[in-house]
Design a protein around this ligand. Sequence first.
Ligand SMILES: C[S@@+](CC[C@H](N)C(=O)[O-])C[C@H]1O[C@@H](n2cnc3c(N)ncnc32)[C@H](O)[C@@H]1O
Length: 247
Amino acid sequence: MDTPVILKIFSKGKMKDYFVKTEGEMHTDLGIIKLDELKTKNFGDKISSHLGAEFIIQKPRAPDFFIHARRSGAPMMPKDIGVIISNTGLCSSDQVLDAGTGSGILAIYLGGIAKKVITYEVKEEFVEIARNNIALTGLSNIECRHGDIVEEIRKLNEKFDVITLDTIAAAKVIPYVPDVIYPGGFLVTYSPFFEQAKEIREAIGKTNYTDVTTIETLEREISFTDRGTRPATARVGHTGFITIARY
Ligand SMILES: C[S@@+](CC[C@H](N)C(=O)[O-])C[C@H]1O[C@@H](n2cnc3c(N)ncnc32)[C@H](O)[C@@H]1O
């Protein structure tokens, strides 16, 4: 195997995982691992450190990229990405337009399902980071373009089944969505603040949409201890408001 892998080990009462390339060495508190050895292994095999600690080798999937990929713009959380996928019915024939790319995490999840994802990022240095993250997934159906989506959407000849906007510029992009979305397609926006969500609803209200809804998703992890079982006391609070409109 030549693509990056996940190495997992249960140590000191918790599961640790490392996202590594298949070259060089990795130094851990459990010993040194010769990563070149990974080239002769399969997923599910184990690799040992020089101190004899055994790490399980796993194939990275989208949640691993959320945790380990290099970050630029704040990546969308899996709980919110799940809501986008379920509410749009994203499928393998879909053409998707996404902006801004940020770290590329949403684009990576969408690319694992859709036929093609075109994603725009306005900051050149973020494009570089996202392209590298995307390359590590091995997905070849995600195209990361450099540009301001407010300008670029007006030049597009392509049409899309699903459009995702995770950018402060979303309200300015919405007037052009009807020109590039297939009938029955979905627009989804993600906005951290009520004010942005309201601005987005007003912009959608001026277009010829058929249905629109704005939601927030709350996730509670359940904690299992000897003392009892209950929702974990530490939790993710607010992330963003998701607005879903159909055209
Ligand atoms: C919150 S991040 C997106 C994170 C991304 N969805 C992910 O999961 O990794 C927002 C991104 O939008 C980009 N952005 C802001 N305005 C933009 C515009 N007009 N066109 C394209 N990208 C833009 C920012 O540079 C930033 O990287």
